[in-house]
Design a protein around this ligand. Structure first.
Ligand code: BGC
Length: 745
């Protein structure tokens, strides 16, 4: 079958199958009303012993392979363990649940949590990759598939989405989030929460989401994981909080407190963030789980001298459930006895945990159907969706002389590089229950795409890390013989994610030399990048004819990459994060503040570097296509609006090239002068559209007070009168410009 036909067949199948899963959703349990839930909690609280209450606040870790630890069953039987992480598979979760609901005194079900970050078994692109699609519907869909696979395996709670804004690519966990921008990050947070939870998470194919890591974890100093943060309240409110607020507005069930110290008060003991903002201002009524042992780590931070102090700090600040360390459990009774924690504080934490268990329908339906696990996990539908979403996530960074798309009639292709045939790397870090053996590599994807007449040769060339260039000669020989070469390079999967910070963002090992050796053949080649963060690739950007950023694209990586390389999918992704020229430019992000001395090449005494331009290598929002788009005729619906007014901005987008393609139209604003300085640009709207060759469309955005306001010196959100600029374009640089006035009355 022709590959293009296969893709469309898979698409039809995916659409058909998604109707089936929507039907499954409607089997939500008959959830009790909120008032009933609170009454049932009251009744339970009245009967619970202190140990049983503290037990609800404890989460313990099973085995990495998904099994539970037999010694934990005894705690469950005594009603002293509310939740597990990593225990998964319906057989395992049911075995534990049976003890909870049939053998414990109060029959309170346990809640199973797991890191379902970009898929459960069917692995989608890493979140930073998916964010590059700027396609919130696609992300909602992948989260919803992840939810149904996870729920089928007995796991009704994911520790996702990770919504940390990250402006430092040295930080390995940038891979897990949506990049640097609060507006894009908020839209994605909302989409992911909706995807995981649906409109009613008591539905058996839905799971509760967890917005993490609350908060500012992504700002770890020097990009070193777990490091300290010191951030003003206004920056918290404008940059780091918004995606969390979006998650609350979307109804997220849980939050996870973070590892980092924030302004001297670690986030797992911070009453300002946990209680003042989250509970009081935002009225969040779900529960907060600590991060892994972050309550015990309060002692390492130097906030608590003893375990008992750490327990008091965490619980009184607003952490409801403790992950893995057991200080609430061990010391809770003494804290209550000594009056250091009130009964009301304890009951409030227990109430929040029970509320989520009730809302999930766990009391009515504690078990998972072991039969449906086999059929609903890793099926054709989820794989088709993974391939489509991976294709939409790729960013074309360079394409000189139309090197891409490749011609299907090529006689020979050399596939070179340490990542070209590495299944384990395709699925990236935090790959849930994903299996390397399920993953399609680039080599496999290319082989199944081309006709039998095309010769596909392969050589590794070198390892990802290490000094050896022994494989270069073979790689160069194959490249010299081939019509085109794909050089697949980047980072190993484990070089991003948790505890994977890097101080250099260069291609590791000898990979750049490998590219240079292929370049020296003078034959056409394409650099296919796989990485969990922006890399510093100046030589490649300058010299290589074509670059495709694929991140870690998941189970279907190789097929999706082949779809894009051969033009069955026209790339339309855009960078959700800035690519610096070198590490010394970090932090570098598009929504910076102007200085008193903006960079001026003719004036030494302006804000710049002696040795590198101030501009990035690739800006936020950037990405090319195989076709061209032209934006014209930016119109605003008014020249001036009142502070509470709205206005629309519209632009005409035309596909002026020869093939259909996608463009992400982006709208930015700048408040030209305000009582607190504003960034030079702020993203306030975007839409990914598909246009056929020669097709035109008007795209419209609305600007409302929530887009125009900011936190003033009194920390009030206000829209101030004055001039605003509007920029509409296809990246954070350039674009069409207009302006309007906000008036007092
Ligand atoms: C990570 C969390 C994760 C948790 C459970 C921690 O080390 O920081 O993001 O959810 O482990 O696996």
């Amino acid at each position: 079958m022709k590959p293009a036909r296969l893709t469309s067949l898979l698409l039809v199948f995916a659409i058909f199958a998604s109707t089936i899963s929507v039907a499954a959703q409607s089997r939500a349990i008959n959830r009790p009303s909120q008032a009933d839930i609170e009454k049932r909690i009251d009744a339970l609280l009245a009967r619970m012993t202190l140990e049983e209450k503290l037990g609800q606040l404890q989460q313990l870790d099973g085995h990495a392979d998904g099994n539970f630890r037999p010694e934990h069953l005894d705690l469950v039987r005594k009603g002293q363990l509310g939740s597990f992480l990593n225990v998964r598979g319906a057989k395992n979760t049911n075995a534990v649940q049976r003890v909870a609901v049939e053998e414990s005194r109060l029959k309170i079900p346990v809640l199973f949590g797991f890191d379902v970050i970009h898929g459960y078994r069917t692995i989608f692109p890493i979140p930073l990759g998916e964010a590059s699609s700027w396609d919130t519907r696609a992300m909602e869909r992948s989260s919803s598939i992840a939810a149904s696979e996870s729920a089928a395996a007995g796991v009704r709670w994911t520790f996702a989405p990770m919504v940390d804004i990250a402006r430092d690519p040295r930080w390995g966990r940038i891979a897990e989030g949506a990049g640097e921008d609060p507006f894009l990050g908020s839209q994605i947070a909302r989409a992911r929460v909706r995807g995981f939870q649906g409109t009613d998470y008591s539905s058996p194919d839905k799971i509760i989401a967890c917005a993490k890591h609350w908060v500012a974890y992504g700002a770890a100093e020097a990009g070193r994981d777990y490091n300290t943060t010191d951030i003003s309240e206004v920056t918290l409110r404008e940059v780091y909080f918004p995606p969390f607020k979006a998650a609350v507005d979307a109804g997220v069930g849980t939050f996870m407190s973070a590892f980092n110290d924030l302004n001297g008060v670690p986030t797992s003991a911070n009453p300002f963030t946990l209680t003042q903002v989250l509970r009081r201002e935002w009225k969040f009524d779900g529960f907060v789980v600590s991060d892994y042992e972050s309550v015990r780590e309060l002692m390492n931070h130097g906030l608590a001298a003893t375990e008992i102090d750490a327990a008091r700090e965490g619980l009184s600040a607003g952490v409801d459930m403790e992950m893995v360390s057991r200080l609430f459990n061990k010391h809770g009774a003494q804290l209550i006895k000594e009056g250091k924690i009130s009964q009301a504080t304890l009951d409030e934490a227990v109430r929040r945990v029970l509320r989520i268990k009730f809302r999930l329908g766990l009391f009515e339906k504690p078990y998972t159907d072991e039969g449906s696990e086999r059929t609903s996990i890793f099926n054709a539908e989820s794989n088709a969706a993974a391939r489509l979403i991976a294709g939409r996530s790729m960013v074309l960074l360079k394409n000189e002389r139309e090197t891409l798309p490749l011609n299907q009639t090529l006689k020979s292709i050399a596939v070179i590089g340490p990542l070209a045939d590495s299944q384990k790397d395709m699925i990236g870090s935090w790959s849930g229950d994903g299996k390397a053996e399920d993953a399609v590599t680039v080599l496999a994807g290319i082989k199944s795409k081309v006709s039998p007449q095309t010769k596909v040769s392969y050589a590794k060339g070198c390892e990802i890390v290490g000094d050896s260039a022994d494989g270069f000669a073979e790689a160069v020989r194959l490249a010299a013989d081939a019509d085109v070469t794909l050089v697949v390079v980047g980072e190993a999967a484990e070089m991003s994610g948790e505890a994977a910070s890097r101080s250099s963002l260069d291609l590791p090992g000898r990979q750049l030399d490998l590219i240079k050796a292929i370049h020296a053949t003078g034959k056409p080649y394409v650099v296919v990048l796989m990485n969990g963060r922006p890399l510093t690739i100046n030589w490649v950007a300058e010299n290589s004819p074509a670059i495709l950023e694929t991140w870690f694209a998941g189970t279907q990586a190789g097929n999706a990459i082949a779809d894009v390389l051969f033009g069955d999918v026209n790339p339309g992704g855009k960078l959700p994060v800035t690519f610096p020229r070198n590490v010394g430019q970090i932090p570098i992000y598009y929504n910076y503040k102007s200085t008193g001395r903006p960079p001026d090449v003719n004036n030494k005494y302006t804000s710049k570097y002696l040795d590198v331009p101030v501009t990035p290598l690739y800006p936020f929002g950037f990405g090319l296509s195989y076709t061209q788009f032209q934006l014209t005729n930016l119109q605003l619906s008014a020249r001036s609006i009142r502070r509470d007014g709205r206005l629309t901005a519209s632009v005409e987008v035309a596909n002026t090239g020869k093939r259909a393609g996608d463009e992400v139209v982006q709208l930015y604003i700048r408040d030209m002068a305000a009582s607190r300085t504003r960034p030079v640009r702020e993203l306030r709207g975007f839409e990914r559209i598909t246009l056929g060759a020669g097709e035109k469309r008007r795209v419209e955005f609305t600007l409302a007070p929530e887009h125009l306001g900011f936190y003033n010196r009194e920390m009030r959100f206000v829209v101030e009168p004055g001039e605003f600029k509007v920029f509409v374009g296809n990246s954070s640089v350039g674009g069409l410009e207009a302006s309007f006035e906000v008036t007092e009355k």
